[in-house]
Design a protein around this ligand. Structure first.
Ligand code: SF4
Length: 719
């Protein structure tokens, strides 16, 4: 029986990248009341329905509370409870012996944007500095890696220029590939409030579907899936031809405009042709172009509809190009804005939690950066080349190249594209270790070792929101069973593998090391000038870490000695490329990798519903949240339904070249002809397997490795 210490704690919501502050009040019977934190600048006291229901999700039903293992790593044997010593020895011994036989690249970690920054930091340090492989990737690869790659190409580093306040200061807000009303509700509420007080502020939504976000829009452009680069190249060309170029900014602060314009003008000069390529009304398209040209204070916010594409990185750069051409960056109320999906996708990026990044925004492929990190860590064996990105990683597991994988806080058998391939890969893998808070998931069914992790409310550390704001997640619940923090579990395995450098006694020490690394040789003789610098937050003791207020990096030190965060970047018109200039990127439009055909004539789009999160292991516990959408569905146009022999309310089989699933037909009225929408949340634990990931094609963006979740050719038929 757990003993609860009543009281109120300020913490951060564990769901989307808005990063709302939460006040959690624990009662002596274990009940938790949830309210918004009025002092938190992300939400000023407001919470959406998911955040408000957090108190309903902290019970221990279904929790994994003790380490478990299969006898002799035989997947046919049941999992049995074991001691932590036995489980940790098994993981350390298994990884060590596979590395000894097959080398460091034969093992991998697959982690998650649900992890706290400190967990991510230790996982990255273990893999890249001690095991000596960069085979650590994350489910954040699935949601925002195209934005990371686009930022790096344009700005020289993964830097988000703007902040939430810019959305409120803008005269034109363009939301591209983002159902903000459902997926980032508090951000949407902030836009809605401003629109109420300033109705002349314009809102344009660019999305193939007519979503709840469109209800507030002055203009909705339901473009054809995958045609964003045509649209933004057309805009670039329009701006150039209509005297909207900021010549001073372009001349002094950018490179590459001529090449980008050449490509844009080669196919996207005539807005009628662009409208045809995007399947848009030419008049509406022209209206958007005219509004963009006319409003200096413009924010273009984009999300998964842009990133999750085999041309995602080009889409991101085609948006940034328009802001560079008009000089609309680094000033209040303007800039391109990547809204991240997960609560700590940004923190993961800061510690280098992607297979092609190094810690503290340093580059894995830069020898000086590798040396800097190696010296700081006193690491025995640094990874020297990028590791396998998520989709490639699971192919390497299936082919036997990777023989051991440790999956932490994510459920790839549901969430990855071509999810049946992930099942096949894990079934073949010599050693599958999973750290999770839940005992039964589609992925855990393949585990040889299951490690119980602390959940939200039990664990302590930091997360970073979409606007670079670092906030504390604080523990207010007792530790259930034998669960441990992910950073602790990773350190304990590292120590058993014989590695030094993992003897942290508390989480604030991990944060301190992360903060010190960000400042190490930053701006010294090595000539490194990294914007990501948390030196102002280093040296915090437990008490100071506990009291740490939310702050946006980078930090500046005031004359008084106080530290202040930075709401927006590039105010000085200096970027992170060595010459200080931003880059235009010439983006050649191309369609999705797999086209529809007579066998698979419909385009499958996937995404979230308002009241669920990821694969529902947490939100699925709340009856209030389940009320909104109780089961999976396939949303389609009534004429397509007729054509394919199904009706609203019927169960339908949806199949692609990669797999199939069953869902109930629905007509929301928001779907264009020849396309369907299926939510991502439902899994294989219910009566019928509702993993939409099984249908999704495995095409990825060649630069970012992000999968094409927004377009897969499918067919629908009666079940
Ligand atoms: Fe949580 Fe996002 Fe809702 Fe805020 S908007 S309460 S961070 S789910």
């Amino acid at each position: 029986k757990l003993s609860y210490k009543p009281g109120s704690t300020l913490t951060t919501c564990p769901y989307c990248g808005v990063g709302c502050g939460v006040r959690a009040t624990l009662h002596s019977d274990g009940q938790v009341d949830i309210a918004g934190d009025e002092s938190h600048a992300s939400n000023y006291g407001r919470l959406c329905v998911k955040g408000s229901a957090l108190g309903e999700t902290v019970d221990l039903d279904g929790r994994l509370l003790y380490p478990k293992m299969r006898v002799e790593a035989d997947a046919t044997q049941p999992l049995q409870r074991v001691s932590w010593d036995a489980a940790l020895d098994q993981v350390a011994h298994g990884f060590r012996s596979i590395i000894e036989q097959h080398g460091p690249d034969s093992v991998a970690l697959y982690v998650s944007g649900q992890l706290l920054t400190e967990d991510y930091y230790i996982a990255n340090k273990l893999m890249k500095g001690y095991i000596g492989s960069a085979n650590i990737d994350t489910n954040s690869r699935l949601c925002m890696s195209s934005a990371v790659a686009g930022h790096k190409r344009a700005f020289g580093a993964d830097l988000v220029p703007v902040c939430y306040e810019d959305l409120e200061l803008a005269d034109l807000v363009v939301l591209v590939g983002s159902n903000t009303a459902w997926c980032h509700p508090i951000l949407f509420q902030r836009i809605a409030r401003i629109k109420e007080t300033r109705p002349q502020m314009k809102l344009v939504v660019i999305d193939p579907r007519r979503t709840a976000t469109c209800e507030l829009a002055d203009l909705h452009l339901p473009l054809k899936a995958g045609s964003d680069v045509w649209l933004f190249n057309g805009l670039l060309s329009f701006l150039a031809r209509n005297n909207a170029i900021d010549n001073n900014f372009v001349d002094t602060s950018t490179n590459g405009m001529a090449a980008a314009l050449d490509v844009a003008e080669s196919g996207c000069v005539d807005h009628g042709a662009v409208a045809k390529a995007c399947k848009l009304d030419p008049h509406d398209l022209l209206t958007f172009y005219e509004w963009f040209a006319a409003h200096e204070r413009t924010v273009t916010a984009f999300s998964q509809g842009v990133n999750q594409s085999s041309s995602g990185t080009d889409k991101v750069n085609s948006i940034i190009n328009c802001h560079l051409l008009t000089g609309r960056i680094g000033r209040p109320g303007m800039g391109p804005f990547s809204i991240t999906g997960q609560p700590n996708a940004m923190g993961g990026r800061e510690v280098g939690g992607l297979a092609n990044m190094l810690a503290a925004h340093m580059e894995l492929e830069n020898p000086q950066h590798r040396q800097t990190v190696q010296d700081f860590w006193q690491a025995p064996r640094m990874a020297e080349r990028p590791g396998l990105k998520a989709v490639d990683l699971f192919h390497a597991i299936e082919s036997g190249r990777v023989k051991a994988v440790w999956i932490i806080a994510t459920n790839p058998v549901v969430s990855l594209p071509d999810a049946d391939q992930v099942q096949r890969a894990l079934a073949k893998c010599e050693l599958v270790v999973v750290s999770d808070i839940i005992e039964k998931t589609d992925t855990n069914a393949f585990a040889h070792v299951l490690l119980p992790a602390l959940s939200w409310g039990e664990k302590d550390g930091t997360v970073t929101s979409s606007e670079r704001r670092i906030s504390r997640q604080r523990a207010f619940l007792p530790t259930p069973g034998e669960a441990r923090a992910d950073w602790q579990i990773l350190c304990q395995v590292a120590q058993r593998m014989g590695f030094k450098g993992f003897d942290f006694a508390a989480v604030h020490q991990v944060f301190d090391e992360h903060a010190r690394l960000s400042a190490y040789r930053n701006g010294d003789a090595f000539g490194q000038r990294r914007t990501f610098n948390l030196s102002g937050l280093s040296g915090l003791d437990q008490k100071q870490f506990d009291a740490m207020a939310p702050v946006q990096w980078p930090l500046t030190t005031l004359a008084s000695g106080d530290k202040r965060g930075t709401p927006r970047l590039f105010a000085d018109r200096r970027f992170a490329h060595p010459d200080g200039k931003a880059r235009f990127i010439a983006t050649v439009p191309r369609g999705p990798q797999y086209a529809t055909d007579s066998d698979y004539p419909l385009s499958l789009n996937t995404g979230r519903v308002r009241d669920q999160w990821h694969t529902m292991t947490r939100t699925g516990k709340s009856p209030k949240l389940a009320d909104h959408v109780p089961e999976s569905f396939v949303d389609m146009h009534p004429q397509d339904a007729l054509l394919h022999g199904v009706r609203e309310g019927m169960l339908a089989r949806i199949s692609s070249r990669w797999g199939e699933m069953v869902a109930r037909v629905q007509h929301s009225g928001g779907i264009a002809r020849d396309s369907i929408f299926v939510p991502i949340h439902w899994n294989g634990q219910s009566a019928s397997d509702a993993r939409v990931g099984a249908l999704v094609n495995p095409a990825v963006d060649p630069v970012s490795g992000e999968p094409e979740f927004k377009h897969t050719p499918v067919r629908v038929e009666e079940f």
